[in-house]
Design a protein around this ligand. Structure first.
Ligand SMILES: [Cu+2]
Length: 356
């Protein structure tokens, strides 16, 4: 299979067909085949139209030996995308900082909505709608009580908003009628960052799921006034991409690119406290999850407490649900973490920590 074939957008490829094709392709390996059949509850009915081989698919997926990890073949051009999942992990944006007359910290941001084609897996492109040409949008980070001012310009062809999960006046809610911005217009969202926690923002124009799944979302982290113990912090936005617009995701990821941290494991130190802000924005599937191998983590639901509520090794997320997780690895080694829905794993949501 040639690697230099023209990138396709898989116009006729549904997730059902993708999985069926995977099942039909012995070369792909058992994990993908089993996953496809389990996910579909059996082979397609006899009356189903014939499934033709997708010329690029077999090249793009493989089952790696060693860690039994599904991965993609080839790599995504992060420079072309303009963002790199490895950098997104720790790319916290405190904005342009000033102080108002009362002594309050003010953090200002400039967001622009623009359409941009992004590569979500090698040679798999998605016509995204973005904040500042990246998916997810910038990770806004503030301390509770800071004033947030987001100057939002709409450089796209559709109306959009920025709706924050947090506390704010109705006029700042970022919904149709309160902060919706038409193409070419601008609006400034202005509110106090509260409560502390791991939050998110997303477009709230209609139809809602279409605007969200196109890529208009990001993390919004508000730190408690008293701070938290020193840790290595990272942001993980769980997302999916319906690349053929059939109402189902074909690709799943953490921070947009399928298998990004399987290709390049996240380097962390043994014994060091890790703090992950995990936000689920996956549309079309009612639930997502995260599971760490060989370890357990403390859960701070929505990041809104200073004390953990659970100590587990897997936790689920509804859309917009988020958890702050804290954990440490005792010994060096390579440890998987992934969704515990096997289908999501096979379609991109599989990652590693490289503990050194
Ligand atoms: Cu929108």
């Amino acid at each position: 299979m040639s690697e230099d074939s023209t990138p396709t957008r898989w116009p006729g490829l549904t997730r059902r067909r993708l999985l069926t094709r995977a099942g039909a392709a012995g070369a792909l390996g058992g994990a993908v085949m089993l996953g496809g059949r389990e996910a579909l509850g059996g082979p397609p009915p006899a009356a189903a139209p014939p499934v033709l081989p997708d010329p690029g698919l077999y090249c793009r997926l493989r089952t790696a030996s060693g860690n039994a990890a599904n991965m993609t073949v080839g790599s995504v051009d992060h420079a072309r995308n303009g963002f790199d999942p490895v950098r997104l992990l720790t790319d916290f944006d405190g904005g342009e900082v000033s102080t108002d007359r009362s002594g309050r910290t003010v953090r200002e941001y400039r967001f622009t909505a623009v359409a941009k084609e992004i590569e979500v897996a090698p040679d798999v492109f998605f016509p995204a709608w973005t904040y500042n040409e990246r998916v997810p949008g910038p990770t806004i980070r503030a301390t509770e009580g800071d004033r947030i001012r987001i100057h939002f310009a709409n450089g796209s062809e559709h109306p959009h908003t920025i709706h924050f999960h947090g506390m704010h006046p109705a006029s700042m809610d970022g919904v149709p009628g309160a902060g919706e911005v038409y193409p070419g217009d601008e609006f400034t969202y202005d509110f106090i960052a509260e409560p502390f926690g791991t939050h998110l923002y997303h477009c709230h124009s209609l139809p809602l799921k279409n605007h969200i799944h196109r890529g208009l979302y990001g993390a919004f982290i508000v730190d408690p006034l008293q701070g938290r113990p020193e840790a290595n912090e990272m942001v993980m936005v769980l997302n999916g991409f319906d690349t053929n617009f059939d109402g189902e995701n074909e690709v799943y990821a953490v921070n947009t690119v399928a298998f990004a941290y399987a290709e390049r494991p996240i380097q962390i130190q043994a014994g060091q406290l890790q703090r992950a802000h995990v936000v689920n924005v996956t549309e079309f599937d009612p639930i997502n999850s995260i599971h760490l191998h060989a370890n357990f983590f403390n859960v701070y639901r929505s990041g809104t407490s200073l004390e953990p509520s659970e100590f587990v090794d897997v936790i689920s997320f509804m859309q917009a649900e988020r958890h702050m997780l804290e954990f440490a690895y005792r010994e060096p080694g390579r440890f998987m973490f992934h969704a515990h829905q096997a289908e999501f794993v096979e379609l991109g949501w599989m990652s590693f920590f490289e503990v050194i």
